[in-house]
Design a binder for this molecule. Structure first.
Ligand SMILES: C[S@@+](CC[C@H](N)C(=O)[O-])C[C@H]1O[C@@H](n2cnc3c(N)ncnc32)[C@H](O)[C@@H]1O
Length: 274
């Protein structure tokens, strides 16, 4: 099939997804969306995207299946440990000066990043004064995040990352093992609000001291990245911190001037006074 027809079909499919269900992938980075949609089309057994679109509009169970292909859920606890070590050593001393804190983990996936912060904040004595907001567009990911259960196969990596991030205890203090899984302690969720929120279509969220949005904007085109960074700018208090993933940065954003590099190599930024 020609690329032109495929382009038309993809645009119509994404438009249908938006018009019918309000999930807006229209301005995600094209190459990765195309790759994921081709995978969905082939694995779900459709001859073309028009057939997939018909099922999306008429079969109730097609939406979650398609979203499973469109949202990338790769994550790890204490992913890129030097990032979390820097938070511990350089950001926490600033955060300690606030009597109460709000931290927003945008695009939290199945909770690995969220629990990293909660554990770090507990170890640093900040948990009791912090409210954690964990948001994502994927209902499945949010449900997994609020369960806090991970396969024991993954725990070795999580444990090594936690140690390398300067962890002050053993990761095993925070979970119990059951049937091949690590079940993380319920108390880690005492101060967490889980919420469905899209960086593409939804409005600003509270007033935060810290926003973490890692490995989410890599899937957006430049305009969407700008929209998301605008949201973080509006949502952070002055001198608040923004943490991005290793492949992301603010340099090309029209909001770049609103931030200073706090620790450039770790992609930690601070909102300017004005
Ligand atoms: C690769 S995961 C990153 C997980 C975690 N932040 C990390 O760095 O390990 C990307 C996450 O972004 C979420 N996502 C995609 N589009 C989004 C949007 N418009 N608003 C909020 N989250 C989104 C996906 O559902 C997925 O959970």
């Amino acid at each position: 099939m020609s690329d032109i027809i495929e382009d038309i079909e993809i645009r119509l499919l994404l438009e249908a997804l938006y018009q019918r269900f309000h999930y807006d992938f229209r301005d995600y980075a094209q190459a990765s969306i195309r790759r994921r949609l081709r995978q969905a089309r082939d694995q779900l057994g459709f001859a073309n995207f028009s057939a997939l679109q018909e099922h999306l509009l008429h079969d109730d169970d097609m939406l979650p299946r398609l979203l499973g292909y469109l949202t990338v859920q790769v994550s790890e606890m204490f992913r890129d440990p030097s990032f979390f070590r820097t938070i511990r050593e350089k950001v926490v001393p600033h955060l300690r000066t606030y009597p109460s804190l709000k931290l927003w983990v945008a695009g939290c996936s199945a909770g690995e990043e969220l629990y990293s912060y909660v554990i770090l904040f507990r170890e640093e004595g900040l948990e009791d004064r912090t409210l954690f907001y964990a948001t994502d567009i994927s209902e499945e990911a949010l449900a997994a995040a609020s369960r806090g259960i991970y396969s024991l196969d993954r725990i070795r990596t999580f444990t090594e990352n936690h140690r390398a991030s300067g962890g002050k205890s053993s990761l095993s203090d925070y979970y119990t093992s059951a049937y091949g899984n690590a079940v993380f302690d319920k108390s880690l969720r005492d101060r967490v609000v889980f919420s469905d929120h899209s960086l593409v279509t939804d409005a600003v969220f509270g007033e935060m001291q810290f926003v973490s949005c890692r490995n989410v904007m890599i899937y957006f085109n430049r305009e969407l990245q700008d929209r998301a960074i605008g949201l973080f700018n509006d949502s952070l208090m002055r001198n608040g911190f923004l943490g991005l993933g290793s492949k992301e940065n603010l340099r090309f954003s029209r909001h770049a001037d609103a931030f200073t590099d706090f620790v450039r190599e770790e992609k930690i930024y601070q909102r300017r006074e004005q």
